[in-house]
Design a protein around this ligand. Structure first.
Ligand code: P6P
Length: 335
């Protein structure tokens, strides 16, 4: 009889001693995210049946229409982490400013801040395409027991202590790293338990899939145009194929398993690209590098970019190492 797979809870306990900081709090934080992910998963899966689909009638700081599930997921993740008294601050795509969690209480000894995109790709909800949650975890840089300030959130990606995503797809998975590789856990919805289904996930160094919104082609920098044409050329029998779901977590996840590159370049319409550095690009870059992949803005390693604003955007290339390097070559040549 095949051996039962390890549950997420068992995995956290077994591996917490390998986490170089006080592991108890981080374990509790991952557990809070696990709970919230299960509740969001339940709502996403039944969204078509109840009046939770559609717009919440409000817009977020990005000026994007807030889908009701965006608001639901945002509130849920914030509550899950607040109620367990684990973090001292949260920044979210759906919140104009960071949210301090009891950090003015001098007895608040919590060390971690979380940055989150509660429901990425939410414009896909109404058309039943998979969406995701992305999270990034740092230790605060200011003194424990004092109010958190923006500096606690504007940290380079190379300071992350953990990062992960939940993909609400044909199955729901939690994929995360604490700096010791990337592991994927699949939810058994019948019993509400995540099982270790994808241990030690790795990007193939090469791949044949490129993911980009080619509808923006004429607005791309020349280096990106040159790379897309390189992928499409017949010479050398290029085996490339274009796959673009319009949901970062879904495109990233497929590319990590099959090999590929995701690109959201800057363009004449989005001068810094569309994706947000702190709660989309940095966590996905951390996961990519921990899975033998690569992530840059075309010139600079994503995790070395010095943040200046909570919701700042950066151009984003991420995936199989050799594919990202190839794009960087084209960007360099076209400078
Ligand atoms: P476009 C979703 O809004 C998102 O942030 C990513 O998940 C996705 O890859 C991208 O934007 C899609 O953007 O401009 O191609 O529709």
């Amino acid at each position: 009889m095949s051996q039962r797979k390890q549950t997420l809870g068992e995995f956290i306990i077994e591996n917490q001693q390998s986490f170089k900081y006080t592991s108890g709090e981080l374990s509790r934080l991952i557990n809070a995210i696990r709970l919230a992910a299960k509740v969001v998963n339940h709502e996403v899966n039944k969204a078509g049946l109840v009046d939770i689909i559609g717009e919440a009638g409000d817009t977020n700081i990005q000026g994007e229409d807030q889908q009701k599930l965006d608001v639901f997921a945002n509130d849920l993740f914030i509550k899950a982490m607040t109620r367990r008294n684990i973090v001292c601050g949260i920044a979210s795509e759906e919140e104009d400013d960071f949210v301090a969690i009891n950090s003015q209480d001098e007895n608040n000894q919590n060390k971690y801040v979380v940055l989150i995109d509660p429901l990425d790709g939410s414009s896909n909800i109404d058309v039943n395409v998979s969406v995701g949650t992305i999270f990034s975890i740092y230790r605060r840089v200011t003194e424990v027991g004092t109010p958190v300030i923006i500096d606690d959130f504007l940290q380079k990606g190379n300071k992350q202590v953990a990062a992960g995503y939940v993909i609400y797809g044909t199955s729901t998975m939690l994929v995360y790293t604490t700096g010791d590789g990337v592991n994927g856990f699949t939810l058994n919805p019948a019993i509400g338990t995540f099982y270790l289904s994808h241990p030690n996930m790795q990007f193939p160094e090469d791949g044949q899939i490129y993911s980009v919104n080619e509808g923006n082609y004429i607005h791309f920098p020349q280096g990106i145009k040159d790379y897309i044409k390189y992928c499409q050329m017949e010479e050398g029998d290029r085996p490339y194929t274009s796959r673009y779901i319009g949901s970062l977590v879904s495109d990233f996840h497929r590319n990590m398993i099959k090999g590929g590159i995701y690109m959201y370049p800057k363009s004449s319409m989005n001068s810094n690209g569309k994706l947000r550095l702190l709660y989309e690009c940095n966590p996905m870059a951390y996961i990519a590098e921990q899975a033998n992949g690569r992530a840059s803005d075309g010139f600079t390693r994503i995790m070395d970019i010095e943040p200046t604003k909570l919701h700042q955007r950066v151009p984003f290339l991420c995936g199989s190492k050799n594919m990202v390097k190839k794009v960087e070559e084209f960007m360099e040549k076209a400078k």
